[in-house]
Ligand binder design. Structure first.
Ligand code: 4AD
Ligand code: MG
Length: 429
């Protein structure tokens, strides 16, 4: 008898099989018991019949509780009408009869669920979200692999800031100071001189005091960097990557999208070209929509929400004022007041999912920026070196995995997209 995963159950109609799982739900109508089984790979219904089981087993089955772990032996049958499969149980064995499970079917508040995140991960919504996250990770590796990028792992312990000094986690490092990385970008810039096109993918840290639905203190960032690339090429690659990721979800995760009740229409627009507007145009549009944003201001979270509700596909906002962006971005030679950058905003109110730019490749200009931003010159001497030995025009970008996952899943808060969220007021479990 074969031991199977529920995800493969369709291949076994009519056969007797064995599977291991948990009882996600159960009900009984006197002489028949229905257990909803999940094994991690999928869900199926197991049917326990008093006429089929031994008396002893039938009695034992009455002890079932939510989340009890079981081995089941039974015959697979297809639901007469739906694409669903059932298991006629012949025999079963409890691994454990679970204690009273704290997460019941009734609505719990977010704090209760987050305190029980170690258990909440099992519920079907959370299961679907993590599987979508997994597909997004896989798609990212696939896309870069198919496009001549290699993965370079950037360090997490760093001597200096990448994205401004106010959001740094600082720690003691053998009598010196070290910081948790905010982005691997600067290290990837070094690696393009060896490999041309590179990416990294790992946890980054921001000591953000913000309590919004878009901010975590630990999140997963993918940074990509390309030699001999400008702003236009940077946007082209981002568009292709995001399209590839969303297409993968539509191909592989229809069941998960259904569980999440995600309207897939907006995701299907991904095949159309993304929108492109300048920061100045975005400000004008926002003012028309009632925002009090002024020329030269960064887009606030509310602005991004208002703006992206107007669009049915991702939007590049380009050419931000130099004052609101990082020191490494290259100024536009035609208009020195703004930088050659683009943020990619997800539609439907989601907002920024990618930040990217062409990088300052001129030694003197970069040194000036480092000074202007009051960054410690000595910590950046290696970064300046890159502009001394074969400097080239180059560009790159970084996405926040949780931001993309939240948008694709259509969920309100980013904290559900990471297995164990860390926010300003949560470090547990
Ligand atoms: O826009 P950011 O700050 O850009 C960078 O760090 C660049 N060094 C990336 C690069 O060019 N290689 O961050 C990139 C993305 C954002 O667009 C957003 O999706 C996500 O990271 N992000 C956050 N996600 C969750 N919580 C936070 N606190 C985030 N801050 C940024
Ligand atoms: Mg940004």
């Amino acid at each position: 008898m074969e031991k199977i995963l529920i995800t493969n159950i369709a291949k076994y109609v009519g056969s007797e099989i064995e599977l291991d799982g948990w009882v996600a739900n159960f009900r009984s109508s006197g002489k028949i018991g229905f257990w909803q089984i999940r094994d991690g790979s999928d869900f199926c219904q197991a049917i326990l019949d008093v006429k089929v089981l031994s008396n002893e087993k039938w009695e034992e089955a009455q002890k079932v509780t939510l989340e009890s772990s079981v081995k089941i032996i039974g015959t697979v049958a297809k639901h007469p009408k739906k694409e669903e499969y059932e298991l006629q149980v012949k025999d079963f064995e409890f691994y454990q009869i679970a204690a009273d499970y704290p997460i019941a079917k009734k609505d719990h508040g977010p704090d209760f669920l987050l305190d029980n995140r170690h258990l909440w991960l099992r519920s079907s919504h959370q299961w679907a979200i993590q599987r979508i996250r997994n597909t997004l990770i896989l798609a990212t590796y696939e896309y870069f692999n198919q496009n001549n990028f290699i993965k370079i792992d950037s360090p997490i312990l760093t001597p200096s800031a990448c994205e401004g000094t106010t959001e740094l986690f600082e720690l003691e490092y053998f009598g010196d100071k070290a910081y948790l990385s905010q982005s691997g970008q600067l290290y990837l810039e070094a690696a393009i001189f060896a490999h041309g096109k590179v990416f990294d993918f790992g946890p980054v840290f921001r000591a953000e005091k913000s309590k919004t639905r878009r901010h975590l203190t630990e999140f997963w960032m993918m940074d990509a960097e390309m030699a001999f690339a400008d702003l236009a090429e940077n946007m082209r690659v981002q568009e292709e990557l995001v399209r590839y990721m969303v297409k993968s979800i539509l191909e592989k995760n229809q069941q998960e999208l259904l569980i999440l009740e995600r309207n897939v229409k907006p995701l299907e627009n991904i095949l159309k070209p993304f929108y492109k507007i300048t920061h100045a145009e975005a400000v004008k549009k926002l003012q028309e929509l009632g925002s009090d944003i002024k020329v030269g201001d960064d887009l606030g979270a509310d602005d991004e929400t208002i703006l992206t509700k107007q669009f049915d596909n991702p939007i590049f906002v380009t050419h931000y004022p130099k004052e609101v962006k990082a020191f490494y971005m290259k100024r536009d030679l035609e208009d020195d007041s703004h930088v050659l950058c683009a943020d990619l905003l997800a539609p439907e109110g989601y907002g920024e999912i990618i930040g990217g730019s062409q990088r300052e490749d001129n030694y003197d200009a970069l040194l000036e920026r480092i000074k202007e931003h009051n960054l410690p010159e000595s910590a950046f001497s290696w970064y300046l070196d890159l502009r001394k030995y074969g400097s080239v025009p180059h560009a790159g970008f970084g996405f926040g995995l949780e931001r993309i996952t939240a948008w694709v899943c259509g969920i309100a808060h980013i904290r559900e997209t990471i297995p164990f969220p860390r926010t300003i007021n949560r470090l547990n479990p």
